[in-house]
Design a protein around this ligand. Structure first.
Ligand SMILES: [Zn+2]
Length: 169
């Protein structure tokens, strides 16, 4: 059985075992989290969250792309969030590729150079700082006074905050 079939079956049991929920669309903690797609980071479990409490935006690396800013703009302007938590992690797949190398690989395989930035990184702390600054400097976001960055250790599960000094704009 394909994995997706198995998960659809899991959902039948899940839905049958729980009462119907009636949560509001606005996250009750007024929080948005931007993090990596890494399969070892269970965001809700790691932070003690449950459904209905926070927005979680995920992509390869937890990069602050235009689409993440789009989502944060909706999150803050329509759905009431006020704080942003950026979480990168140890042993990230984005540290194992290079922008030039992966771009060349995509172009060689398809004949087309991708229009998007690859956004690989070497130094996870430096990338957290850059990500926090990108959020703080986005004029599309009305709430930028509580934007904090962290590194999650995928082995110990511990979260470490990264101080972010404001650099030149
Ligand atoms: Zn990652």
């Amino acid at each position: 059985m394909e994995t997706i079939d198995e998960l659809v079956a899991n959902n039948r049991e899940f839905a049958a075992s729980l009462p119907t929920r009636d949560l509001e669309v606005e996250p009750t903690r007024r929080l948005a989290i931007v993090t990596c797609m890494d399969s070892r980071l269970d965001v809700f479990a790691a932070l003690g969250l449950t459904g209905g409490e926070a927005h979680v935006l995920r992509n390869a690396g937890g990069v602050i792309t235009d689409d993440v800013i789009r989502s944060l703009a909706v999150s803050q302007r329509r759905l009431g969030t006020r704080e942003v938590m950026v979480i990168h992690h140890t042993d990230c797949g984005m540290q194992k590729i290079s922008d030039d190398g992966f771009r060349a690989e995509l172009q060689a395989a398809t004949g087309v150079a991708p229009a998007f930035a690859i956004e690989s990184f070497e130094d996870v702390e430096a990338d957290v700082r850059q990500s926090v600054l990108r959020v703080r400097r986005s004029a599309f976001l009305p709430h930028r006074d509580s934007v904090r960055g962290f590194v999650y250790d995928v082995d110990s599960h511990a979260l470490r905050e990264i101080a972010v000094e404001e650099g030149p704009p």
